[in-house]
Design a protein around this ligand. Structure first.
Ligand code: URA
Length: 233
């Protein structure tokens, strides 16, 4: 792979920044200062440094995003803004896709990756990867509602939901943990109990939390978070 491609793929430098860094002698490969941006590197074997710091190559990108309302969990959409539109231009043709879908009016944690296997595993109910949502309901919900929803409910289309956990915060607010992601699942679960979800936000994906990430912002997953996300591979 070309050196400038390596740097843009590792999101360290754009191709033109790489050319400038090469001119300044800031890039070394196996200890040698490199003079040309089209120098060929072995991204898996060579030791590539920028300003003395080793840059590791990863085939995959893992990004966390705090989805605002009105944005769709898709890679393209004729009408609405997508989660990909919230990323800088150079991530748009890297094969990234959202790992599971949040409704347009649901907020919170979305993971974007081009690692199809880990994404698939993290969504598979068999892997019990927990997704935690904070919710508000229009009407008060009872202990009976909690028990019924936790045990699994047969929805209008005949599908019986998998058991889940609900932590009640007060009469109209709580956290719900699902290990599957059926279409409008939480809204339909509460709908089946004659209630309505008026606010829904995903706050955790497995053990990965939004933390300080502000609405509409994104960041790369940390090494530790990547390990958690790819653990089931
Ligand atoms: N359940 C829903 O109803 N909507 C979501 O966006 C996620 C889970």
């Amino acid at each position: 792979m070309r050196l400038d491609k390596f740097f843009s793929e590792t999101s360290t430098l754009s191709r033109s920044e790489c050319s400038k860094a090469v001119k300044k002698g800031e890039i070394t490969v196996n200890g040698e200062i490199i003079k040309k941006a089209d120098f060929k590197v072995d991204e898996f074997k060579d030791e590539i440094r920028y300003k003395g710091e080793v840059i590791n190559y990863s085939k995959y990108i893992y990004i966390m995003l705090n989805k605002p309302e009105g944005v769709v969990s898709a890679t393209e959409d004729g009408r609405d803004k997508t989660v990909l539109d919230l990323l800088p231009e150079n991530y748009k043709n890297r094969g990234l896709f959202p790992c599971g879908r949040l409704d347009k009016d649901t907020l919170g944690l979305v993971i974007l990756t081009n690692d199809g296997i880990s994404a698939h595993n993290s969504l598979s109910p068999k892997r019990h990867f927990k997704k935690t949502y904070y919710f508000k309901t229009a009407e008060k919900f009872s202990d009976e509602d909690v028990k019924k929803i936790e045990g699994g409910i047969t929805l209008a289309d005949g599908y019986t939901t998998k058991p889940c956990e609900i932590k009640r915060l007060n009469d109209k607010e709580g956290e719900i943990i699902l290990t599957e992601g059926k279409y409008h699942e939480i809204k339909r679960l509460f709908g089946a109990r004659g209630n309505k979800i008026v606010y829904l936000e995903r706050i955790k994906f497995g053990d990965i939390s939004l933390g300080e990430l502000q609405r509409g912002e994104w960041r790369f997953l940390s090494e530790d978070e990547i390990k958690k996300f790819t653990a089931s591979k």
